[in-house]
Design a protein around this ligand. Structure first.
Ligand code: BMA
Length: 890
């Protein structure tokens, strides 16, 4: 027996996957046809809309009402066809496979009429065996797509039981039964996105031929599963597979830039899981943005000197710390400790950055992720209604230190739980986790978005007698299927799992994964939306352990709206077109109510100018709301801030909803579809600064006559180092740059945390500063430390109640600094609120500050363009600048 297996090994021919022969099937020579007179030739990877658009067969899907006007396209079946030749050499191989890296979604594939395979999950890669008898010199491959909308409907009928919700809310103008198809949930519409439900071949497609006697070893995954504290070793799980019968092979692992190597004889039987140990002494740690370097190492594996494959990995431990507090404090903590260091999570929620992923460049992803990093974010949540992103996305988050909270793709819905569906989900989880788990940036998996809350709070009005079954089905999907599959491949302690977001974490487990109130502020994470509340008022927010979703909408810039229509009459706040793009019920009205209660409304008769000013006001409203939320979370971050009466506090994370946009619409995003930062994003960059002063007036907007009202000043320090600095605050009227009152103090903080540095009587300060009886004052503070300066502004009144005077803003100079950067100097005669600088034309980038409160006669701001400005003299520096005063002008 022994002799036999050695002989077998000698006979086999070892090759790495790259030495097999591949015939690419991508290219621009595919034709598509729906048998209803819509045909075109075009590019794969591609989907029907992008192919028809490139062939000028349809108008731009993102223009006007085309999302609805072109809807018929996705109700049809489509055939993708390509002719290709194969050489005699290729045909001589024994085994041929068709690889589909991603396909969207339900399709039958044929080659020369032979059935090759069927696909029904866009989150899976497919490898089909192609019988040799089906191949010849001249071939035709056809991919017969079913309509995703019709398929979802058919599956819902076959299922024979209703699965809620049947359809999205009316305002979404979407398609129904999306839970019956394993496809990007938001592609059937969302409350910020359209229903294009793309159809097409969205990843690489190729034929691969190998000889039966060739052994192909593949590196399937690498996971730094645990850290063995006692022995100071990293325990790394490696999964390898082969196409052949049992054999043995000597594998060599090398960790680049270290002296560590490891050789092992591995007995293969299709798949093998190894645990290798890498000594801690060999490596430096990977840290999140703001906490240290993002050190990455290439781990490669080779066989007889031939590299099989490699992964770029990073060494970090992750704990989701959920401990009790003791001494009469209810609930448990919920925070991330990375490399044993507790980290306050500053982040946002990520959605797909386009409906048509094939037109999202890596450059676009990089700019979005850099915008997160520049705003001091350390985590993004890949939200469960979108997609598992492409490989390069995770390479960027690894490199930028942006940790990922990664949902599995289930959102806001009940789901079918028949065997076929569950087995499909099982395969999806295994495939995606193996693909992604080498990335140090992914620090937590979550089962779904809001589905525990949906069941617990009975969002879909399930009758009482069906509730137990609904709960059982919930557990069947997320615990018995998703979690079980995850634990098959992501073992160890370095990547926690929560079954839903929001959930109570351990508390949800104690209640068999469906907590009575998964939104408990004293445990786990919370999603909070209070559209009826006065959202600038910090007291309207729950003080949670971790706020993983919250936010408010605004409108994107005029330039962005110009991309969506040529009909200028549609560009008014309440036009049928804007309402068409507003997919969330009553949001425009809510936005209007909030704007009206806080800000002066435009008085101009020029309708486009009026719209521009409403956009500006909506962005101020969003920015101020986000800042209020962030200030509440950061103020309560330390354990000392736990209120012994309510047990609330120790908020250790904020991820507002949402960072990016899928198209041009009124949404919660802080970065527009075209990458322009809204005012909110500039505010995020400010409010997420690692050392940050917070100023509050308690009660909120207290009356000047309220002798008990207090102004409280705090410094939040996230750095591990001491912070020593000076806090200087001045009270101004809007009529002059001369402060009416100034005071300051030295601050010394020896460790991270929150320190209260002043507690001042508001009424007295108002009197001393001559603010009048309707609070015509604003306090502006600067905290100077380590040659850095962080500002903070405290409004004593709603801006609409201030007597605004003309600041006489002027753009004084534009000075090129480098091929990508220039400085702009703005001057003013008086303080100006929410000064907004915009650049028109084809230069895209971001300013160092924007939406600023100007309390000095001259401010210089830097603009950084995403790409080189080759000729400054030819660029149209048409800069518009605006402050709140402009809104009051006719
Ligand atoms: C949350 C998210 C999304 C949604 C957002 C805004 O519930 O999970 O489903 O887009 O709120 O409504």
């Amino acid at each position: 027996m022994m002799f036999y297996s050695i002989a077998l090994v000698l006979l086999l021919h070892f090759i790495s996957s790259s030495s097999s022969v591949r015939v690419p099937l991508t290219g621009n020579d595919w034709s598509i046809d729906d048998n209803a007179n819509h045909t075109a030739q075009g590019q794969v990877p591609g989907t029907i809309h992008t192919i028809l658009l490139a062939a000028k067969k349809i108008p731009d899907p993102y223009m006007d009402f085309n999302d609805v006007d072109l809807r018929f396209l996705i109700h049809n079946k489509w055939v993708f066809t390509k002719s290709f030749n194969l050489s005699a050499d290729f045909l001589a191989f024994n085994d041929t496979y068709l690889h589909l890296q991603q396909i969207d979604t339900v399709a039958n594939v044929t080659i020369n009429g032979c059935p090759i395979g069927r696909t029904d999950n866009m989150f899976l890669a497919y490898v089909f065996t192609v019988p040799n008898t089906c191949l010849k010199t001249e071939n035709v491959i056809q991919v017969h797509f079913h309509s995703p909308v019709v398929y979802a409907l058919e599956q819902s009928i076959i299922y024979n039981r209703t699965v809620q919700p049947l359809c999205p809310a009316k305002a979404q103008q979407g398609e129904c039964h999306v839970q019956f198809i394993r496809k990007e949930p938001c592609s059937f519409s969302w409350d910020w996105g359209p229903a294009f439900a793309p159809i097409g071949i969205t990843g690489d497609i190729y034929l691969e031929a190998i000889n039966a006697s060739d052994i192909i070893i593949e590196l399937e995954s690498v996971n730094i599963a645990s850290f063995d504290v006692a022995n100071k070793n990293w325990l790394v799980d490696v999964i390898l597979s082969s196409n052949n019968a049992p054999f043995s092979s000597t594998l060599k692992f090398v960790l680049e830039n270290t002296t560590w190597t490891y050789e092992i004889v591995v007995p293969f039987n299709r798949s093998v899981t190894l645990q290798i140990k890498i000594p801690d002494a060999q490596v430096a740690r990977w840290w999140p943005n703001g906490y240290g370097d993002q050190v990455l190492y290439r781990l490669s594996v080779s066989n007889k000197g031939t590299t099989i494959d490699s992964r770029l990995i990073g060494f970090r431990t992750v704990e989701l710390v959920q401990h009790e507090y003791g001494s009469g404090i209810n609930g448990t903590s919920f925070y991330f400790a990375i490399n044993s260091k507790p980290i306050f999570i500053k982040g946002s929620n990520w959605i797909p950055s386009d409906v048509f992923q094939e037109r999202v460049s890596d450059e676009k992803l990089e700019r979005l992720l850099q915008s997160a990093q520049l705003a001091h974010m350390n985590m993004l949540r890949i939200w469960g209604g979108g997609i598992y992103e492409r490989d390069s996305f995770y390479e960027m988050t690894d490199r930028l230190g942006i940790m990922l909270w990664h949902d599995f793709m289930f959102a806001c819905s009940l789901y079918p739980v028949d065997d076929a569906f569950l087995s499909n989900v099982h395969d999806e989880v295994i495939y995606q986790v193996k693909r992604l788990q080498s990335h140090p940036s992914i620090v937590i998996w979550a089962g779904n978005n809001e589905n525990e809350a949906a069941v617990a709070q009975n969002w879909y009005q399930i009758p009482a007698d069906q509730m137990n079954r609904t709960k059982d089905e919930y557990r069947k999907l997320y615990i018995d299927t998703v979690m079980t599959a995850l634990l098959e491949v992501d073992k160890g302690t370095n990547r926690p799992f929560v079954s839903s977001s929001p959930s109570n974490g351990l508390g949800s487990i104690r209640e068999n994964y469906i907590a009575t109130n998964p939104q408990d502020p004293l445990q786990g994470d919370v999603h909070f939306y209070g559209y009826q509340d006065d959202s600038w008022n910090p007291n309207t927010y729950p003080i949670t352990r971790f706020l993983s979703e919250t936010g408010i909408q605004s409108l994107p810039s005029l330039d962005t709206w110009f991309e969506t229509t040529n009909n200028q009459s549609e560009l008014t706040f309440n036009s049928s077109f804007i309402l068409h793009r507003e997919h969330s019920e009553n949001q425009i009205e809510a936005m209007m109510t909030h704007i009206q209660s806080n800000l002066p409304l435009p008085v101009t008769n020029d309708s486009l100018k009026h719209f521009g000013q409403m956009i500006y006001l909506s962005q101020i409203h969003q920015a101020m709301t986000l800042k209020s939320i962030s200030d509440v979370c950061r103020l309560h971050s330390s354990v000392d801030m736990i209120d012994p009466k309510t047990s609330e506090g120790n908020t250790m994370g904020l991820m507002y909803w949402q960072i990016n946009d899928i198209w041009q619409a009124p949404t919660w995003a802080t970065i527009e579809y075209g990458l322009k930062w809204k005012m909110g994003h500039y505010f995020v960059k400010h409010m997420y600064a690692p050392v940050y002063p917070i100023a509050t007036l308690t009660p909120y907007l207290a009356n000047v006559t309220d002798e008990s009202a207090r102004i409280l000043l705090y410094i939040v320090n996230e750095l591990s180092t001491n912070v020593r600095g000076t806090l200087v605050c001045s009270v101004y009227g809007l009529d002059s740059f001369l402060p009416r009152l100034s005071f300051g103090s030295d601050v010394a903080m020896n460790s991270s945390g929150t320190q209260r540095v002043a507690d001042l009587p508001y009424a007295l300060i108002s009197r001393r500063a001559n603010c009048g009886d309707n609070s015509q004052c604003i306090m502006h503070c600067t905290f100077n430390y380590n040659e850095q300066s962080v500002r903070q502004v405290l409004l004593f009144n709603r801006p609409k109640n201030y007597q605004l005077s003309d600041p006489n803003l002027k753009l004084q100079a534009v000075k090129p600094i480098s091929p990508t950067d220039f400085d702009i100097t703005i001057t003013a005669d008086r303080p100006a609120l929410f000064v907004w600088i915009d650049i028109v034309g084809n230069v895209t980038g971001y300013f160092s500050r924007n939406g600023l409160m100007m309390f000095e006669p001259s401010v210089t701001i830097r603009f950084h363009a995403w790409s080189n400005i080759t000729d400054f003299s030819r660029i149209n520096f048409d800069l518009r600048h605006l402050s709140l005063f402009d809104v009051t002008l006719p």
